[in-house]
Design a binder for this molecule. Structure first.
Ligand SMILES: [Zn+2]
Length: 751
């Protein structure tokens, strides 16, 4: 899917601010938190906030060798601060416990934010080594605090007294989050229950490790082996040579080996001319881990699902999904399942329609078979090339990077929110390619600092992300210092820096996260800006992509770098039409995976206990998808249960979380419709969105937030329309059965 906020930075923040700590393993905290009489005095660069404007990090003063001692010192200081909270002779109060926890670990936060920014965007061997060494220590440190029973007693005392306290809604939210996170980690369990959870965690840790090892081995063993290169007809010479080389490496000299990728579909399938080879490769993929024998994961995953259901029961929850979704917008599996089930009729109809189109293509080429999953992308690719092919080289000259940023991304932010931007050259950066801007609010006051780091380089990991060097907080008096990191290929020296349309979209997307951070208006850093639920955080960033193709914005930035001509409307229409192609498959396989994830994790312990054998696992998987009416034989899930690493390869992982991608897209598309229905790119619309959503951080119920913005609850229809699943094809079925569809939106191009 789209780019994401850097996970490790999120963890770094979580580690540094107790009230945003993530789920930890239930384990003894007795061997940590050295009781110190006083908080040790901090030394070195990170001891104090930066003295640069906005407390921006001073990269001229930080050495790679500073991080390890700074982490160690910062953790010791944090532990001493926690000890002081625990041993405070005064009765627990909101200030001396909850706020004290929130404000503890500030030095650790300063080290971690800078360190994880660099390990993501500009790492080296020294930083990698520090990360490998400090990672486990940071997570032990965080667990020791979340699981501290004495600390929890104080938190609980404040929480139990909440009805009698006078608090702002933000105070109340901070209290609730602090309490709930500790409860979620096991603070309320009896000693006997804690022992049971510990035993389950340790089994889960073993079983999920075993699952991921088996999937890895199954994926290696599932490679396609052929003897005659004629079977690989259609592949390029270099692909065939690579297959021969892999044969030698695998001890099969003279044979050709095609390794499996993680997903059900395999990238080389579209090019393979030999239908029997396609079928063999596909079958190897889809049955990699369910053929019996050592690499069969089915009984293992059934056991994982059952243990998770049992663990949830110890926490008083009906199923695992309810346990892990406590801090999500969707909150429970029923909401997520109902949401996905609404898409099924339109999706299944689109899958059948697309299959019909591909069958026509097959007939046209003289084939006398019906399309199967192993044929799908081969024929889809032919139809796409005939109808929707976009010549990147015709598009790119209109997208010069600085124009996209300043005349596109910044321009839209100016029209919507009144923001203005001024490039600055005085702030130190961690790489010469990074540029910085001061962001000014509509009234001319300074809002924050924006760092833009666009180019690919070996020291940067893949993808694109946003994060903060400094979080906005009224308590600290800090304004946001935000960076966007992307991986745009850098042009040769002297060449114009042109970017693809995908990159344009990513620039708008990441700046959408930045706006969420810049408009933060919170007292507490841990509730500020993008510190929101996993199934919410990608929503504002996706909404900002709307403006990339909005005519008024396009006219302002998408100008040919040589002629100055504005990009032709047909090119944009072509790009948008291509985005709706093959969605029955592309979107369908993701929805199916998300459904499987949620079905496995919505089982009660009794239901889970009834699924043991490989056959029962197969039957459950098939029934979960088929009873909804999905065309499972045409479009299998992106991952079948037996190799669904996202949800079964670590104790929690993304289990009961795969739906988040779809959920935020629903919020996004519905919000775009609101903007377009209400006049599009206007200050009134921008200010309304800022007031109701972008400035709210994680301080309130997300449904309430959406209601305040749109005046109603989110609706799935605009997403289905945007995906081309309803609304633009006479054969498409409506998404829901409650009445006629609203009039079709004119898409992102509406003026
Ligand atoms: Zn994102």
């Amino acid at each position: 899917m789209k780019a994401h906020i850097l996970a490790t930075t999120a963890i770094a923040f979580a580690l540094a601010g107790c009230s945003t700590m993530q789920e930890g393993n239930v384990q003894s905290a007795s061997d940590s938190s050295p009781a110190a009489a006083a908080v040790p005095e901090a030394t070195g660069y990170f001891a104090q906030p930066s003295t640069l404007p906005f407390h921006a990090p001073d990269f001229t003063k930080i050495q790679d060798s500073d991080y390890k001692p700074a982490f160690e010192q910062a953790m010791a200081i944090h532990s001493a601060e926690i000890e002081a909270i625990k041993t405070n002779p005064e009765a627990p109060t909101f200030e001396n416990t909850i706020v004290a926890l929130e404000t503890s670990g500030q030095m650790l936060n300063r080290v971690a934010t800078v360190f994880f920014a660099l390990t993501g965007a500009n790492t080296n061997d020294t930083l990698d080594a520090v990360q490998a060494e400090m990672g486990p220590k940071l997570s032990q440190h965080s667990d020791a605090i979340t699981l501290d029973p004495v600390l929890f007693e104080r938190v609980k005392a404040v929480y139990d007294n909440r009805a009698a306290m006078s608090m702002t809604p933000e105070d109340a939210k901070l209290l609730e989050e602090t309490y709930e996170q500790m409860v979620h980690a096991g603070a309320l369990l009896t000693p006997a229950q804690k022992e049971q959870v510990k035993a389950i965690n340790s089994s889960l840790s073993e079983l999920t490790t075993e699952f991921s090892q088996k999937v890895r081995e199954a994926t290696v063993a599932g490679a396609l082996v052929v003897e005659d290169p004629a079977e690989l007809a259609g592949l390029s010479q270099s692909e065939i040579e690579a297959a021969a080389k892999l044969g030698v490496e695998r001890g099969l000299p003279g044979k050709y080996v095609i390794a499996l990728q993680n997903t059900t579909q395999q990238p080389l399938l579209p090019d393979m001319e030999n239908r029997a080879t396609r079928e063999k490769l596909f079958m190897n993929s889809v049955h990699r881990a369910d053929r019996g024998g050592a690499n069969d994961t089915r009984t293992l995953l059934a056991e994982i699902a059952e243990l998770r259901a049992k663990k949830a029961a110890l926490f008083g929850q009906p199923d695992w999904a309810s346990y892990v979704m406590y801090d999500r917008m969707a909150e429970n599996p029923k909401t997520a399942l109902d949401f996905m089930q609404q898409m099924v009729p339109a999706l299944a109809a689109t899958q059948r329609r697309e299959a019909g189109m591909l069958n026509e293509q097959i007939r046209a080429e003289g084939g006398d078979f019906e399309v199967q999953p192993w044929d799908w992308y081969r024929y889809a690719e032919k139809v796409r090339k005939a109808k929707y092919d976009i010549d990147e080289n015709a598009v790119k000259p209109y997208f010069e990077i600085t124009s996209v940023l300043e005349n596109g991304v910044f321009y839209a932010a100016n029209k919507l929110y009144g923001l203005s931007f001024k490039k600055r050259t005085d702030l130190p950066v961690y790489h010469p390619d990074v540029t910085t801007y001061t962001v000014y609010d509509a009234d001319g006051s300074e809002l924050g600092i924006f760092y833009f780091d666009p180019y690919q380089r070996p020291s940067k990991r893949g993808g694109a992300w946003m994060s903060n060097f400094v979080e906005q907080s009224h308590l600290y008096g800090t304004k946001p210092v935000i960076y966007n990191v992307l991986n745009i290929p850098k042009a040769a020296e002297g060449e114009p820096q042109l970017v693809s349309f995908d990159n344009v979209n990513t620039m708008f997307h990441e700046f959408g996260h930045a706006l969420h951070g810049f408009f933060a208006d919170q007292k507490y850093a841990s509730l500020s800006g993008t510190a929101t639920a996993r199934d919410f955080v990608e929503y504002p960033s996706q909404v900002n992509e709307l403006w990339a193709t909005y005519p008024e914005v396009l006219r302002n930035y998408a100008k040919h770098y040589q002629t100055g001509a504005t990009i032709p409307a047909e090119l944009i229409q072509k790009i948008e039409a291509a985005a709706k192609f093959n969605q029955g498959y592309d979107f369908g396989e993701v929805v199916e995976a998300a459904l499987l994830d949620m079905k496995w994790h919505a089982l009660t312990p009794q239901q889970a206990a009834a699924i043991d054998t490989p056959e029962e696992v197969d039957a459950f998987e098939r029934q979960s998808l088929e009873e909804l009416g999905l065309e499972v034989d045409l479009v299998p899930p992106r991952y079948r249960s037996s190799y669904f690493n996202h949800i079964f390869s670590s104790p929690a992982g993304y289990s009961a979380g795969y739906y988040s991608y779809l959920w935020t897209e629903m919020l996004d598309r519905d919000s775009r419709k609101w903007f377009l229905d209400n006049g599009g790119l206007t200050r009134a619309n921008g200010d309304h969105y800022r007031k109701t959503v972008l400035s709210r951080g994680g301080t309130m119920n997300y449904f309430e937030m959406f209601q305040n913005f749109a005046g109603r609850q989110p609706d799935v229809t605009p997403m289905l329309e945007a995906r081309g699943l309803v609304g633009n094809d006479p054969t498409a079925e409506p998404a829901t059965s409650d009445g006629p569809l609203p009039p079709e939106t004119t898409g992102d191009n509406a003026d």
